[in-house]
Design a binder for this molecule. Structure first.
Ligand code: NAP
Length: 364
């Protein structure tokens, strides 16, 4: 089997645009943004060398939608149209599946509008495997620093817990937590609805909140996966000894939090790709690795999947677990923890372990 896919990328902020096109800095921002909204999607690179443990292979193409998150939210209809145009490029290339990266997975009904408009190519947000790896990363981080998620004294926060990824991450983690779980969103009613879905599947006390900073100050473990366009968690908003998996792009956790040596922030969804993959495009990751949403698109291509996959805001748990099984079958795996784009050092882990063990000892 040889699968083909396309994956959509876009600049995360104007800084990205200026790094790619330095001359644009000399123009008024409004003019640059006017052209970004007018510009059609284009192929940025050919991705080769993906080889599954089964022997199946895949190739793909990155396609750029030249709009930043705030432009996509402001001109959502244009962004949706660009996603559909990118789908047509994918069809011409013979791809059977199109993965939606970052905000292309949020606008247009989280891929639904594009899926309705495209017959010749399936669409996925990649959110199922992203959710799967986010839950794996939290358990890995907790284990490495000596936190037991089952400890009844611990609080887990899921920021953006009402969203497509956050809701299902909370569902995967809830049976493993016995202390407190807080679902955090902007809309308290939506957060309470997710909280009520969790109560039957966990021994933990489950609460809902719209106070991101207040809850993060109490959280020992957190997954942050909001669609906020700017960081919403600063260095004074995190608890000493906490492990936080930040899945959001743009990040939810401000860069300044890396100065807190008593907190472990893990970059969510970084996956090793099977084979000798060449992206021919620098998105800032170590060689051979990619975002989990890209990995989901690749595994669907390796499976010869031609329909839509992770599309609705209410992902099914079985679908998410299926991506975990496919990952194992084809050889995709979570890489060693990274924090703000750098590997987490043994010293950091040791320091975190000391903080946790001091705390456990002081509780008696
Ligand atoms: N690392 C990866 O591989 C990867 C893959 C896919 C997606 N992502 C990223 O994951 C994030 C979430 O994606 P999604 O598809 O789950 O989004 P989504 O379905 O739109 O959900 C977004 C969630 O964020 C909450 N939210 C938005 N703005 C907020 C704010 N200012 N403060 C607090 N909560 C806020 C929303 O709350 P309300 O419901 O109350 O509005 C909702 O719970 C995005 O940043 C996306 O780029 C990363």
């Amino acid at each position: 089997m040889h699968g083909k896919f396309v994956f959509l990328l876009h600049p995360l902020d104007m800084g990205h645009v200026y790094r790619e096109k330095p001359w644009a800095k000399w123009l008024p921002k409004s003019i640059v943004q006017f052209y970004m909204v007018k510009k059609k999607p284009f192929i940025a690179s050919h991705i080769t060398g993906i080889k599954s443990k089964t022997g199946d292979t895949a190739e793909g193409w990155f396609i750029i939608i030249p709009m930043t998150p705030d432009l996509m939210l402001k001109y959502e209809d244009v962004a949706t149209q660009r996603i559909i145009e990118a789908g047509h490029i994918g069809e011409e290339l013979g791809a059977t599946i199109m993965g939606l990266g970052a905000f292309t997975a949020i606008v247009g009904g989280a891929g639904l509008k594009a899926a309705e408009a495209l017959d010749g190519i399936g669409v996925t947000t990649g959110n199922s495997y992203t959710a799967y790896t986010a839950h794996e990363a939290l358990l890995m981080g907790a284990r490495e620093i000596g936190l037991n998620p089952e400890d009844p004294a611990l609080t887990l926060a899921v920021v953006g817990g009402t969203g497509s990824i956050g809701r299902i991450v909370a569902k995967l983690l809830a049976p493993k937590v016995n202390g407190k779980i807080v679902i955090v969103g902007r809309n308290k009613e939506k957060a309470e609805k997710v909280a009520s879905e969790l109560r039957p599947i966990t021994n933990a006390e489950v609460l809902s909140s719209d106070d991101v900073r207040g809850i993060m100050r109490q959280a020992d473990m957190a997954v942050t996966v909001s669609s906020a366009v700017d960081a919403i968690i600063g260095p004074d908003d995190v608890k000493s000894g906490a492990v936080i998996v930040d899945v959001s792009r743009p990040r939810d956790v401000a860069e300044a939090v890396k100065n807190r040596d008593d907190v472990l922030v893990i970059d969510g969804g970084v996956v090793k790709i099977p084979g000798d993959v060449k992206f021919n495009f620098d998105f800032g990751f170590p060689p051979g690795t990619a975002f989990a949403c890209m990995a989901e698109t690749m595994m669907l291509a390796l499976e010869g999947w031609s329909g839509d996959f992770s599309l609705t805001k209410e992902l099914k748990e079985e679908q998410v677990l299926q991506t975990g099984r496919w990952a194992k079958k084809h050889g995709f795996e979570l890489i060693w923890m990274r924090s703000f784009d750098l590997p987490v050092s043994e010293e950091k882990i040791k320091h975190m372990r000391e903080i946790i063990s001091r705390r456990v000892n002081s509780y008696g």
